[in-house]
Write a protein that binds this ligand. Structure first.
Ligand code: 8YV
Length: 333
């Protein structure tokens, strides 16, 4: 970019760390959502029409229809690893680069997966609610008896970077037997590093004491866990979803929890979030958190900075750090 050229215009759709906003403003004309207002799709489309780039948060639907209204747009940089908000085909056809924010959140998200597994298996929130309600009047030997974590069988569906980080925690931290199912089998060296054994999805669901979902959302992974899969699980099993809403059929899960067809579930993501299926709110054997698996200040800052690196890299130097569709891109570049 020549020094006299007008600076690219960037839309930031949500509030963000001041230092991230500051860094963006050193390079771009920035329109920020400082008040973290709830911009709907029309509002985002209106504000995006004259922009060159956008810092997005994994929830803004970037569709062919929206892109047709934004002729100057060259890049949408998600500060999330998941990118099911992007229609990648439409973005490529429109010549708009998509980037995500992988790696920087892997360990933090795996920590949370484990936190949710522990809380669910050992009934942490359920017993806390009992205590806060003043119901703890005496101890009993079977009070809030939960499921064993150490030495049990952990089944991971989706063995990408986060799945592998969870496997290492399970195998080396808790002496768990780790089995996994993935679209493609990992190479032998990675399996050894994670001490994980590849099995079919059916075998995993039947054998696991704890099933952990870390699979990206797509049409193919919609309702990876539904009525049939829940029926395969052990009645003593727990199910943890830190992947995306829609990977689990939440209505079917609520029914399975109510009827004790599985023991418990831990959910950080929900179909149609931030709405939560009302039946999930009425069953006690589920731990519910509001999509916070990557939520530490350091990790969220790193995710946002990686998104900024992508915007600067692409718009100022022609090369993004973590592009998703660079090879398929046409036009606008
Ligand atoms: C985000 C996530 O915090 O990166 C992802 O894909 O799911 C989380 O890390 C969340 O998407 C914020 O919307």
């Amino acid at each position: 970019m020549s020094p006299s050229a007008p600076r690219p215009r960037i839309l930031v759709t949500r509030a963000i760390f001041p230092e991230v906003a500051q860094r963006l403003s050193e390079h771009f004309e920035v329109e920020s959502n400082l008040d973290d207002a709830d911009w709907n799709a029309d509002e985002i489309a209106r504000r995006l029409q004259d922009k060159t780039g956008a810092l997005t948060f994994g929830v803004e639907r970037i569709t062919a229809e929206l892109l047709a209204q934004c002729p100057a747009l060259k890049i949408c940089a998600n500060m999330t690893v998941g990118y099911n908000n992007f229609d990648l085909g439409a973005m490529s056809a429109a010549g708009v680069l998509a980037t995500n924010a992988p790696d920087v959140l892997t360990e933090t998200t795996a920590d949370f997966g484990f936190a949710l597994l522990m809380a669910t298996a050992r009934r942490v929130t359920e017993s806390e609610h009992f205590l806060r309600a003043g119901k703890w009047t005496r101890w009993s030997y079977q009070m809030f008896s939960g499921a064993e974590v150490h030495g049990s069988t952990l089944g991971i569906i989706g063995m990408g970077r986060i799945g592998q980080a969870i496997a290492r925690r399970g195998a080396f931290g808790f002496g768990m037997k780790v089995i996994y199912y993935n679209r493609s089998r990992l190479d032998g060296a990675t399996e050894t590093q994670c001490r994980a054994t590849y099995v079919s999805k059916q075998e995993l669901l039947q054998a696991a004491d704890h099933v952990m979902l870390v699979v990206p959302y797509s049409a193919a992974s919609h309702h990876t866990i539904g009525v049939a899969e829940l029926a395969l699980m052990k009645p003593s099993a727990t199910l943890i979803n830190i992947a995306r809403g829609g990977i689990v059929d939440d209505a079917a899960l609520a029914a399975a929890l109510r009827d004790k067809r599985i023991a418990a579930a831990g959910l950080d993501v929900f179909e149609g979030e931030p709405r939560v299926h009302p039946d999930l709110l009425t069953v006690p054997n589920v731990v519910l958190t509001p999509h916070i698996a990557s939520a530490t200040a350091g990790t969220r800052r790193d995710m946002a900075m990686l998104a900024v690196d992508n915007l600067i890299g692409y718009l100022m130097h022609g090369k993004a750090v973590t592009p998703l569709n660079a090879s398929g891109l046409q036009g606008r570049i």
